[in-house]
Design a protein around this ligand. Structure first.
Ligand SMILES: *Cc1c(COP(=O)(O)O)cnc(C)c1O
Length: 404
């Protein structure tokens, strides 16, 4: 018996456990201090009432032989697929078929599992800094190569820094699989339609596939920023899109998302759609009826309004943080189309040193940019997912300490 030794190559997730350790130690030594957490990317507002109502109703249906539901359809309930097609795509001028949508338990699993349908020989490109799931799942499968001083040997890192306005440059050499996430976690920055079109053109020219994570689509406020990669010409021939109800509708504790694999996406005559369908039917258990009823309720008129209000609440927090930091002289990015504020640390401070400073001096917890990749060094992430009260309190402390 041999284990998958790729797992030995990977460090245990050090970023958030390291943060938790530091916060715990500080809190034990300073029990009287009130710590404000603006670090983790989890939502805090309760679910929209429309979703709660739909779930209660679904539970009652389960109590009745006439309306009871057993195993869910493998790729999602028709009523949810219809709502997705109508609202997320048709309304934006995108025609997709029901069989191109795969409802799932969230974008994290799908972004990770999608690697099952690709050969280990492919060359993978990721942004740096990056959402760790893209890299770690490739390491686990053995596609990332070996760990070197410059990251994994078979992974192409595309630096995203202030110099390129946090937009990766198109690779000079061929890559096969490209992970893109816009609006981006962690930088909070995004790509315009014209900028993203260049990636679609590159992928079609090179015969590459784009794995497009649009988990933060609901936070987009600017007109020239695409909500879906399929708004771009030729994207159905080269891109898979991941969507999530987590950040959009506060489903981080409910778990639901979906993945779009267009029928036009073919390599050597094989539809990736058929491969993903086969993969999901075998390895994925489907999403509970109750959860899918809650997801469908996001698309009702009441649901839409309630969710818009929740997003607006977080957007206001993002603006509070952004404006507050700016007023203190910080160089700040993100926030406009995102719940994330990405700031340059003062005086080129290392991002972990800045973390310690904020914790010790004003008891505000954020996330050091270095934890998302080497190009995140010198940057720091604050999130808008806290309560308005805590966000304002944190910003007041920052102003007191750093304000001129
Ligand atoms: C939060 C997040 C997701 C959402 O994942 P779920 O599994 O649907 O909760 C996906 N991608 C990125 C980049 C995220 O930050």
């Amino acid at each position: 018996m041999k284990i998958n030794e790729n797992f030995l190559k990977i460090e245990s997730s050090y970023l958030f456990s390291n943060i938790a350790k530091k916060v715990k130690a500080y809190s034990a030594a300073n029990p009287e201090k009130e710590i404000i957490r603006l670090g983790i990317g989890d939502v805090t507002r309760p679910l929209a009432p429309a979703c709660i109502e739909a779930m209660h109703k679904a539970v009652d249906e389960m109590a009745n032989a006439e309306t009871f539901q057993g195993y869910p359809p493998e790729y999602g309930q028709d009523f949810l697929l219809d709502a997705i097609l109508e609202n997320d795509y048709k309304a934006r001028g995108i025609d997709l078929e029901k069989t191109e949508i795969f409802v799932s338990d969230g974008a994290k699993s799908d972004c990770g599992n999608i690697g099952d349908i690709f050969s280990l020989d492919n060359r993978v490109a990721v942004c740096d800094p990056v959402y760790p799931v893209y890299v770690d799942t490739n390491v686990m499968m053995g596609r990332a190569g070996d760990k070197t001083e410059n990251g994994w040997s078979n992974i192409v890192y595309m630096p995203c820094t202030a110099e390129n306005h946090f937009l990766p440059a198109i690779p000079e050499n061929h890559v096969d699989i490209i992970y893109l996430c816009f609006p981006n976690n962690p930088t909070g920055m995004t790509a315009t339609r014209a900028e993203l079109q260049k990636w679609v053109d590159y992928a079609n020219r090179e015969g590459a596939v784009i794995l497009f994570d649009s988990a933060y689509e609901a936070f987009i406020t600017e007109e020239n920023v695409p909500h879906s990669i399929y708004e771009l010409d030729g994207a159905k021939q080269c891109a898979i899109e991941f969507r999530s109800f987590s950040k959009t509708a506060g489903f981080t504790g409910v778990r639901c998302g979906y993945t779009v694999v267009p029928h036009d996406l073919k390599f050597n005559g094989t539809e990736l759609n058929a491969m993903w369908a086969r993969r999901q039917a075998t390895k994925f258990n489907g999403v509970s009826y109750i959860t899918q009823c809650a997801a469908a309720a996001c698309y009702t008129p009441e649901g839409k309004q309630q969710i818009r209000d929740i997003i607006a609440y977080y957007q206001k927090n993002a603006k509070t943080i952004y404006d507050g930091l700016k007023a203190c002289g910080f160089t700040v990015y993100g926030a406009k189309n995102s719940p994330y504020v990405w700031l340059k640390t003062p005086d080129n401070m290392k991002s972990w040193d800045f973390f310690d400073l904020l914790l010790e001096k004003i008891q505000v917890v954020g996330t050091p940019g270095e934890g998302f990749g080497p190009s995140g060094e010198g940057y720091f992430r604050l999130t808008a997912f806290g309560s308005a009260e805590n966000t304002e309190k944190a910003v007041a402390r920052i102003k007191d300490y750093f304000g001129k």
